[in-house]
Design a protein around this ligand. Structure first.
Ligand code: ADP
Ligand code: MG
Length: 606
């Protein structure tokens, strides 16, 4: 027999999609507060948010006659017609959060609009309104959610230990605080104030407050506009990285999201700047016209889809790539000085907030806080942040990346190695150089590796073959299978400038090598290349060449080789022509910078 489900049951089912765990409630409620125009948001939790969760804001509130309506499923003030879905300017729009939360908890809701004298208080248990009354209260809204899933015990079992649930909430609220620097956030956990932000609009200050240990000198600012796209935020210079994506916080139009194209863009921008398996820190805030975005993919709105995905990927990747070419992004040579956790004052000109909300900001290091919390956490992680392991970052050229690459205005800030004054070479390995405001050490080996690598790749990409004939050809031993399939890869390698012919079942004769390679470099390249194709099953493509090239380059200039002044000049100007001069192909830095101000600080002159 087919019948319609009762409201109770259908609300509970719908709630399952929106309210997965305490942090999903926090997300919905904080987003509601933001949509209500709040400038102060307080989140308080107990027991990981399972037994108690409060969100208080000073937003516009809900008028008395509409309060119970707000708790109906699909009740929203944010859209009216289907077409509104194509340009959503608020964080909420589905009208599901309040009804879902109320369906699976004991909810108390207190709200007042500025024009009302008295506010409204409503109690709802498991979706049933128990009591509604008028009450005196400040402007704004407070929602208290008690005993989450008390009426759906099966779901209660799926919740993680308190520490895990609270760490997810801490993480989320601190991200929101970063994304909305104009809003004062305050988080209280088991009656302990955890942090508060000043709401003064300074994003870097938010990073200090929330992630105190990251030095601002390791953060490279990003601020780029292109047509209707605007990207702001910070990324870490390559000397600071993580083994996972947890340090990457992505916001699109004010919404915390996970998005593969954006992650891919970050990976590409850092390709060859970081060792494999390392991820940069990135706080990125992207704004674009709402109609270029589909936010209605999943009830929790954590996923979005860009209509022009590859444009966005190129825009973001290129913006970061450019930022990483600036002198500021060169790793600093002197000791890190951690942030001074200066206290900021707030509350001076705050509006009519209840007194308890106006307190001094507390500065904590969320990162270490979270790691302590995680110590007793199950190994099993449910944050989808880690789940995605992107393809190995490839080079920038692909996916239309370079369509943004040659924008001259961006090039102004680029670092120019060829303009440095060469001072000396130390330990037969490191070139000492300077410009107006910094001294540099340059690893001649890593630098040479970079130059050679890009030459090989450029040669591979160009159509002309550039080989030099050898007076005395040499033999190359390789596997029988490699020889058997030689037609498959011979063309690829010929593009670089090699000319080989078959000599025996496991021998090739090398008659020409690329004209920019020394004999021993060519030999190394070929033997690395053979290794690569031996353990490859798929076709020989750029990735294989790239791997072989980067491996062979490792020994390009053996350390301790003395270079003449002319050779150093030559090296730096070749480096200047590189697309990615600041690291070797394996991700080691080529330059280390000692800024004059840092040096002066060390001599206590400032
Ligand atoms: P949505 O946010 O998708 O509209 P919700 O169920 O989250 O749906 O909220 C329903 C409605 O209740 C909102 O459209 C808004 O008008 C009102 N509302 C919810 N929370 C607040 C708040 N903190 N302040 C003012 N109004 C709120
Ligand atoms: Mg909402």
């Amino acid at each position: 027999m087919i019948r319609l489900l009762s409201k109770q049951i259908s609300d509970k089912i719908a709630a399952g999609e929106v309210v997965e765990r305490p942090v999903s409630m926090v997300k919905e409620l904080v987003e509601n507060s933001i949509d209500a125009g709040a400038s102060v948001i307080v989140v308080e939790i107990k027991n990981g948010g399972k037994t108690y969760l409060r969100v208080t804001d000073n937003g516009e509130g809900i008028p008395n006659d509409q309060v119970s309506l707000a708790f109906q499923r699909h009740a929203t003030s944010k859209i009216t017609e289907a077409d509104d879905l194509n340009h959503i300017g608020t964080l909420g729009f589905r009208g599901e959060a309040l009804s879902s939360i109320a369906a699976v908890s004991r909810t108390e809701f207190i709200t007042k609009t500025p024009s009302e004298k008295m506010g409204t208080r409503i109690f709802i248990n498991g979706g049933d309104i128990l009591e509604e009354s008028r009450t005196g209260c400040p402007d704004g809204t407070t929602i208290i959610v008690r005993d989450l899933f008390y009426n759906t015990p099966a779901r209660l079992k799926f919740l993680k230990p308190d520490a895990t649930e609270s760490s997810l909430i801490i993480e989320f609220v601190s991200q929101m605080a970063l994304a909305y620097p104009d809003i004062r956030f305050r988080l209280i956990n088991n009656e302990q104030p955890l942090f508060s932000t000043s709401g003064k609009g300074d994003r870097l200050e938010g990073i200090h407050t929330l992630y105190g240990k990251i030095s601002s000198r390791k953060l490279v600012p990003i601020q780029v506009s292109h047509q209707e796209y605007r990207l702001q935020g910070y990324v870490s210079d390559p000397s600071e990285s993580r083994s996972n994506r947890k340090g990457q916080i992505l916001f699109v139009n004010g919404r915390a999201i996970h998005n593969k194209p954006m992650e891919r863009a970050i990976d590409k921008a850092y390709a060859q700047r970081l060792f494999e398996g390392r991820y940069p820190i990135a706080y990125l805030f992207l704004e674009l016209p709402p109609e270029e975005l589909d936010v209605n993919i999943h009830p929790n709105k954590r996923e979005i889809r860009f209509h022009k995905e590859s444009d966005i990927e190129a825009f973001i990747g290129n913006s970061i790539f450019q930022a990483l070419q600036q002198p500021d992004a060169i790793p600093q040579g002197l000791d890190e000085r951690p942030f001074s956790n200066q206290k900021t004052e707030w509350g001076k000109n705050s509006e009519s907030m209840s007194a308890s909300m106006i307190e001094n900001p507390i500065q904590v290091d969320i990162k270490s806080l979270l790691s302590t919390l995680r110590e007793n956490q199950l190994v099993e992680e449910t944050i989808p942040l880690d789940a995605y392991r992107g393809p190995k970052p490839d080079r920038l050229h692909e996916n239309g990346f370079n369509s943004y690459l040659n924008r001259p205005n961006q090039d102004d800030h680029r670092f120019h190695p060829e303009e440095l004054n060469i001072i000396s070479v130390i330990f037969n390995t490191y070139i000492v150089a300077s410009n107006d405001d910094s001294m540099f050490l340059i690893d001649q080996h890593a630098a040479h590796e970079r130059v050679l690598f890009e030459r090989i790749m450029a040669q591979y990409e160009s159509s002309e073959k550039a080989g030099q004939s050898l007076l005395i050809p040499f033999y190359l031993n390789c596997s029988i299978s490699a020889v058997a399939n030689w037609e498959e890869w011979m063309d690829e390698i010929a593009k670089i400038g090699f000319s080989l012919s078959l000599f025996g079942p496991n021998t090739l004769l090398v008659k020409e090598i690329p004209n920019f390679m020394e004999l021993d470099a060519a030999q190394r390249f070929l033997s690395d290349f053979m290794d690569q194709i031996d353990d490859k099953h798929h076709s020989i493509d750029k990735a294989v060449i790239e791997k072989a090239a980067s491996k062979a380059c490792k020994e390009a200039v053996k350390g301790k080789e003395t270079l003449s002044d002319e050779e150093i000049k030559e090296l730096l100007s070749s480096l200047a022509k590189c697309e990615n001069p600041l690291s070797c192909p394996h991700g080691r830095p080529t330059f280390i910078r000692f800024s004059q101000s840092e040096i002066e600080r060390k001599f206590r002159r400032t």
